[in-house]
Design a protein around this ligand. Structure first.
Ligand SMILES: [Zn+2]
Length: 288
């Protein structure tokens, strides 16, 4: 499941490939992938002849700023293309003669025989076209409620301390709450808790100021390391070019249930919290 580092890696790949080319046509192969406009023809028509100026990322959302050549020859705004990869979504930049993968949901055709394909096995992924007269957050509703970017100045240690002090719930569920911190998912949440020595079911309020501070720093370190490595491959994440992002990075606890802790040898355990499995070392992450 792509999290902040993976989505950011996809964004960099898209910026390096799709910008400045003209989108000649769009084909929607699965209706429900397109969330807005609900009218599929309006979605395709809105993207006809646009150029991508730049891809931005907010949390796990990708948002392309679109422009179009006006009759006068000048450039005008043409709205935004939004994408959320969710569980298994992939954006692949391919030559248009590449055989179609059976899980292809949307094809964005560009000039020069290039194509951007949205491939998504589990079909939870979503795309939006937002007209230039509208605000993206009006239709991409998750955008309006996102918490701070963990690598930005908004995610200060003071902010994080306040978040934790006020909440009577397990720290793991707080880490996954996109309204408190944007972009984290199960992998980086579990890894961050291990490196902070905090049990996933520990209540936010029960954390000491030292633990809160340590966790704040660890989250940033873990994400930054993963970014430098081009997004990790704890799952089957693929970069835009189709290259697997695996640089040999090894998880401390994620998906290591029953295997010895790399730090102390105790067997890694899992518990379920709010429907998600949490991987942890009972020795290194004692429950207080
Ligand atoms: Zn351990």
């Amino acid at each position: 499941v792509p999290e902040l580092p993976e989505v950011e890696t996809v964004r960099l790949g898209l910026n390096a490939t799709t910008c400045g080319l003209t989108m000649t046509a769009v084909a929607v192969l699965l209706d429900r992938t397109v969330t807005f406009p609900q009218d599929q023809e309006a979605f395709c028509a809105g993207l006809q002849s646009v150029q991508i100026l730049e891809w931005k990322r907010r949390g796990k959302y990708l948002l392309a700023t679109l422009v179009q050549e006006a009759a006068s020859g000048s450039t005008q705004a043409a709205g935004w293309l939004g994408v959320h990869l969710r569980m298994t979504g992939q954006l692949l930049w391919l030559s248009a003669d590449t055989p179609l993968h059976k899980h292809t949901r949307v094809q964005f055709f560009f000039n020069k025989g290039q194509e951007l394909r949205f491939v998504d096995q589990r079909t939870f992924g979503r795309v939006w076209w937002i007209p230039p007269t509208e605000e993206p957050a009006t239709y991409i509703t998750g955008l309006a409620h996102l918490g701070p970017e963990p690598l930005s100045a908004d995610f200060s240690s003071q902010y994080w301390a306040t978040v934790c002090q006020r909440r009577q719930r397990p720290i793991k569920t707080a880490l996954l709450d996109q309204t408190l911190i944007a972009g984290l998912g199960n992998i980086y949440a579990d890894e961050s808790l291990f490196l902070s020595g905090i049990h996933p079911s520990c209540l936010c309020k029960a954390l000491t100021p030292q633990q809160t501070e340590r966790l704040h720093g660890v989250i940033r370190e873990v994400l930054q390391t993963a970014l430098i490595q081009g997004g990790t491959t704890f799952s089957d994440f693929r970069q835009v070019s189709g290259i697997n992002g695996n640089y040999g990075r090894v998880a401390w606890v994620y998906r290591r249930r029953g295997q010895p802790c790399r730090q102390c040898g105790t067997l890694i355990e899992t518990i379920r919290l709010a429907g998600r499995s949490c991987h942890f070392c009972p020795q290194c992450q004692p429950k207080r």
